[in-house]
Design a protein around this ligand. Sequence first.
Ligand SMILES: NC(=O)c1ccc[n+]([C@@H]2O[C@H](COP(=O)([O-])OP(=O)(O)OC[C@H]3O[C@@H](n4cnc5c(N)ncnc54)[C@H](O)[C@@H]3O)[C@@H](O)[C@H]2O)c1
Ligand SMILES: [Zn+2]
Ligand SMILES: [Zn+2]
Length: 361
Amino acid sequence: MVQQVRAVVATAVKEPVTVEVIDVPDPGPGEALVQVQACGVCHTDLHYREGGVNDEFPFLLGHEAAGVVEAVGPDVTDVSPGDFVILNWRAVCGDCRSCRRGRPWYCFATHNATRKMTLSGVPLSPALGIGAFAEKTLVAAGQCTQVSPAVRPEVAGLLGCGVMAGLGAAMHTGEVGPGDSVAVFGCGGVGDAAIAGARLAGASTIIAVDLDPRKLELARIFGATHVVDASATDPVEAIRELTDGHGADVCVEAVGNPNVFEQAFYARDLAGTVVQVGVPNPEMRIDLPMIDFFGRGGRLKPSWYGDCLPSRDFPLLVDLHLQGRLPLELFVTETIDLTQVEEAFHKMERGEVLRSVVVFA
Ligand SMILES: NC(=O)c1ccc[n+]([C@@H]2O[C@H](COP(=O)([O-])OP(=O)(O)OC[C@H]3O[C@@H](n4cnc5c(N)ncnc54)[C@H](O)[C@@H]3O)[C@@H](O)[C@H]2O)c1
Ligand SMILES: [Zn+2]
Ligand SMILES: [Zn+2]
């Protein structure tokens, strides 16, 4: 039976998002219907609205979510109605060329629901195959990762995208280890998670870089040992000074800006690593002397979703949180309702929030 639910939709490029009543079908084979309890507002939702991802409007936004499975399709055995789950955008296929080589975190054929949610009969494009600014959403069963229900939904949901992307950028892609020096450029939800990940991994020096002093104060709470205000200071020089003139072992770019990428590139020690987690738009270009690329050695690594494996990482990170070792609750600046997503985008642009999280009554 098709159900009608309220949801946030971006109907046209750069137009304010609106709350609409959409149609959600029953789960088909391999699918799950999830009653969403909370969904964070991520910068990537805004990228969709701005036309920066693709032009497949209308988008059903929202993708950092936790909720309870309401129903599953025939043949689904991994999750059951009543399970508390975090939604993920990496339901690995197990069968593509990357999965077969034992690298499922790069899976090239991740699963999404095949049945369509619709608005007035028009198929919606769910953000990152999730679409969770909705009272209920339809996903592939593999997009549901069961975790302890002891964690609050508005906290758990954040692991579904930005916080996992940042933690994993440091821990998995950057392979930060004990004693490393790390610089993180951009201290929004993603960058602060990279800082928290660097701390968990044992980094000794963690340098936070942002243009906004409010963001730098928050970065200290997540574990930054030093902060650099890039609006007043050259971050490359500042990072070199803080690392005995050498540069950081790992630089994480969490803005999505070619100038910041260049800063991260040059603020890195010889043989160091740059991790690119900020999402560029299609117009951006990088222009670097090739001799510097070669001569400095090391690694330049894009990080999609922090190279995470949801089934491995979500339960583990929830446990660390419940033990008091990962302060995920600090990412939640405010809880809002569905009608306030557009306003939350503006707060994000003004730098007032780490995460606004839609909570469903
Ligand atoms: N790769 C992935 O898997 C993945 C997942 C989620 C989000 N993202 C991307 O990560 C990026 C950050 O997301 P967010 O939600 O933290 O966004 P955000 O807007 O909350 O944070 C961005 C931060 O960068 C700072 N900033 C802007 N320009 C800067 C500059 N020139 N130098 C230093 N700091 C600067 C801002 O002040 C802000 O604090 C976005 O591009 C988002 O799309 C990537
Ligand atoms: Zn695969
Ligand atoms: Zn996101």
